[in-house]
Design a protein around this ligand. Sequence first.
Ligand code: KIV
Length: 268
Amino acid sequence: MQAANRKPLTLIDLNKMKQENIKISCLTAYDASFSALLDHVGIDILLVGDSLGMTIQGHSSTLPVSLVDMIYHTRCVNRTRKRSFLIADLPFMTYPTPLVAAKNAMQLIQQGAQMVKLEGLKLDIIRFIIDQGIPVCGHLGLLPQSINQLGSYAVQGKTAADAEALLTAALALEAEGVSLLVLECVPAQLAKTITAQLNIPVIGIGAGIDCDGQVLVLYDLLNISIKKTPKFSHNFLQETHSIEQAVANYHNAVKNREFPTPEHSFYN
Ligand code: KIV
C-alpha cells in the first residue's frame, strides 16, 4: 500500500468506492496484532464481529457475547489501526429499545468504532441511533443472532417470496438511513439485484461476486476456525506460508473480482 493511500478511510471514501466500482475489502478483527496486520495490508474495513463468540471464546453461537466483550475487543482493534474503517457489532439483546440501543452503540463509538452493525429490520431502533449521529450498518439474510428461530445457518431468500421480502427490507433499511449493508448467505442473483438497487455499499458474505465488497471471518480465511469452515469461505493460507501474504491474497482477490468464485456462492 502506497504512503499516499494511507489516509484514514471515512464513509465518504466507502461511498466513492461504490460509485467508482472499486471493490471494498473487509475482514473481522478482534485484537491489536491482527488489526495492525490487516491495516498494513490495506483491508478497507475491520469488523469487530460478534463472531468472536465462536472464534475467540469457543461458544457454539454468537448469543453469549456481551457488550462488555465487544467494548474490550473494539478498544484493542482500534488501538493499532491507522487507515482501515472500523465497524463494531451490537451483540445479541443489546438493542431491544431505541434508547438502550443508542446508549450501547455510544459505548462502541467511544472505543473508536466509526459505525455499529445490527441484525434485522429494526427500523425504529436504527432511526433513533442514526438521529444521535451514529452511523449504522444493516445486516440482512442469515441472521446468526436469530439462530434459535432459524434452526440452522442455512441460505436465506431462496423462494421468490423470501427474495422479494429481502429486497423490500434492504430498501427500507436504506430509506431509514443505514450507511452500509451486510448481506449474509443469500443467492448470488438476489445479492446482485439488491446491490444494484441500493445507493449504499453492500458487503457480501456468501452472497456472490456482485456485491460492492466482501467480508470473511478472519479465522475462516486462515483455516483456524474451530468449526468446519463454510462453503463460501476459502483457505487463503494454503497457497502461502505467511499470514500477511494470505490476507494480502484475499485483499487482492476481492479487489480483482477473483473472490468469491461460483464455488463459494449459492444459486437457486
Ligand atoms: O460477526 C461477524 O463476524 C459478522 C460477519 C459474519 C459479517 O457479522
